[in-house]
Write a protein that binds this ligand. Structure first.
Ligand SMILES: NC(=O)c1ccc[n+]([C@@H]2O[C@H](COP(=O)([O-])OP(=O)(O)OC[C@H]3O[C@@H](n4cnc5c(N)ncnc54)[C@H](O)[C@@H]3O)[C@@H](O)[C@H]2O)c1
Length: 374
C-alpha cells in the first residue's frame, strides 16, 4: 500500500473521467495549492491531450486500468459513468489511494457497501462529490436550521425538475445496467443528500415512490448521445424520466421529492427545497444553476410577521468538495469517519425507492440495509 506523501509535499492526485464532472475536479485540484495534479485518464484522445497541456499534467492515459501502474498516487477522483465507480474506487483503495467519487456513490446499495468496506479495510478516505450541499445558499440555510431559528423541521418538499434534460439518449445515463436508474439516482440524490444534511442526518425509516417513463422511451426529452457530447452506448431507455418520493424519517418528520429529466413545465432546469419548521420556513429555489441565490425565510406570527431574506453566500460547488477532500486527507483523525457510509445510506434510500416503485408498496430502508449486510 502506498503511504500518503509527506506533509510538506503536495498530494499526488489523478482524475479519471474527462466529461463535465471530471473537468470540474481537474479545475478544482489545479486551484488547490496543496495538490500536484499528476495524472488523468479518459477515453477521448483530443480532450485528454488538451487538458494535459492546459493544466501541465505529466501522465495522460486512456483506460483507468493503466493509471495505477503508471504513476504513484495519494488520491484519485472517480468521475466516470456510474457502473465504473465501484471497480475503480475499490482498486484504488486496495492500493492505499484515497478516493473522491462522483455522485451517486454507485449503482446500488450493495456496490456502495463494497466501497465502504474497502475504505475501512484500507484505512483510507472515501468521499462522494455532493457539490450542491456545498453551495453558499444551502450552507447559509443549513446554518439557520442548525441555529434553531426555524424550530423543529417537520417537512421538506424538495424537487429537481427539467423540461427537456435527459442527459443524452442512447448514452450510459439512460441504461439501468450502466447508471443504476434515471433522474432519481442522478439528480434526486443531490436533493436527498442536501436535505438530510440540512436536517442533521436523521434516519430515514421508509420510502414510498412512483416512477414514470413517458418521454425517453419515445426518443423525446433530451439530446442524443452525439449532440449531448456523450459516448454512444446504444442503450435502450430503461430508466424512469420522472420520480415522486415520500420518505418517513425517525421522529415523525417527512421529505417529499419530485424529480424529472423531462416533463411539461417551464423551460430550463430548476432545483430547490421548501422547508417547513415549527417556528419558521424557507424556500430555496435555484434556476439554471445560478451560482448563488437569496433565500426567503418566513417567520413570526400573523400579528407580527418576521420574514427576511438570507443572502446567497459564496458559490463553492466542486471547489468546496475538492478542498474538503484534501483537508480530510491532511487530517488522519478524520479518515475513519470519512468512509463513504453517508453516501451509502443515500444509496440504500434510493434502492428502497426503486423497490417501492416496482412493487407498489412502502419499503423499509433498514430491510435494504439488512439485505446488503448479509
Ligand atoms: N456532481 C455533479 O454535479 C455531476 C454532474 C454531472 C455528472 N456527475 C457524475 O459524474 C460522473 C460522470 O458524468 P459525466 O457527465 O462527466 O459523464 P461523461 O459521459 O460526460 O464522461 C465520462 C468520462 O468517463 C470516461 N471513461 C469511461 N470509461 C472509462 C475508462 N474505462 N477509463 C477511463 N475513463 C473512462 C469517458 O472517457 C469520459 O471522459 C457520473 O457518475 C455522474 O453522475 C456529477
Amino acid at each position: 500500500m502506498t503511504p500518503t506523501s509527506s506533509a510538506s509535499a503536495p498530494l499526488r492526485v489523478a482524475v479519471v473521467g474527462l466529461g463535465w464532472a471530471g473537468q470540474q475536479h481537474i479545475a478544482a485540484y489545479a486551484a488547490n495549492p496543496d495538490v500536484d495534479l499528476v495524472a488523468i485518464a479518459g477515453l477521448e484522445d483530443a480532450p485528454r491531450a488538451e487538458l494535459a497541456e492546459k493544466f501541465g499534467i505529466p501522465v495522460a492515459v486512456a483506460d483507468w486500468q493503466e493509471l495505477f501502474s503508471s504513476t504513484p498516487l495519494d488520491a484519485v477522483s472517480v468521475a466516470v459513468p456510474t457502473f465504473l465507480h465501484a471497480p475503480i474506487a475499490i482498486a484504488a483503495l486496495q492500493r492505499g489511494i484515497h478516493v473522491l467519487s462522483e455522485k451517486p456513490i454507485a449503482r446500488s446499495a450493495a456496490e456502495a457497501a463494497e466501497m465502504v468496506s474497502a475504505a475501512r479495510t484500507a484505512g483510507r478516505v472515501l468521499q462522494v462529490a455532493f457539490n450542491h450541499r456545498q453551495r453558499g445558499d444551502v450552507r447559509a440555510l443549513a446554518a439557520e436550521v442548525a441555529s434553531g431559528a426555524l424550530g423543529r423541521i417537520y417537512h421538506v418538499r424538495a424537487s429537481w425538475l427539467r423540461r427537456s434534460g435527459i442527459p443524452a439518449l442512447g448514452s450510459w445515463f439512460t441504461s439501468r445496467e450502466l447508471a443504476g436508474g434515471g433522474p432519481l439516482v442522478d439528480i434526486g440524490v443531490h436533493m436527498i443528500d442536501a436535505v438530510l444534511d440540512l436536517m442533521g442526518e436523521p434516519r430515514v425509516l421508509s420510502a414510498s415512490a412512483v416512477t414514470h417513463a413517458e418521454f425517453g422511451p419515445r426518443g423525446l426529452g433530451g439530446p442524443d448521445a452525439a449532440t449531448g457530447g456523450k459516448q454512444f452506448t446504444g442503450s435502450a431507455f430503461d430508466v424512469e424520466d420522472f420520480a415522486t418520493v415520500l420518505l418517513r424519517l425517525e421522529g415523525g418528520a417527512s421529505v417529499a421529492l419530485d424529480t424529472s429529466w423531462a416533463s411539461y413545465r417551464p423551460e430550463g432546469d430548476e432545483f430547490g427545497f421548501v422547508v417547513y419548521g415549527t417556528e419558521g420556513g424557507a424556500e430555496l429555489r435555484v434556476v439554471d444553476y445560478a451560482p448563488a441565490t437569496d433565500v426567503p425565510l418566513y417567520a413570526g406570527t400573523t400579528e407580527a410577521v418576521a420574514d427576511r431574506v438570507l443572502p446567497g453566500g459564496v458559490p463553492a460547488g466542486h471547489q468546496g468538495v475538492v478542498d474538503e477532500f484534501v483537508r480530510t486527507i491532511r487530517t488522519p483523525a478524520l479518515w475513519a469517519a470519512s468512509d463513504g457510509s453517508i453516501a451509502a445510506r443515500r444509496a440504500a434510500i434510493i434502492d428502497a425507492c426503486y423497490r417501492s416503485a416496482a412493487e407498489g408498496r412502502e419499503v423499509a430502508v433498514e430491510d435494504v440495509e439488512a439485505e446488503v449486510a448479509r
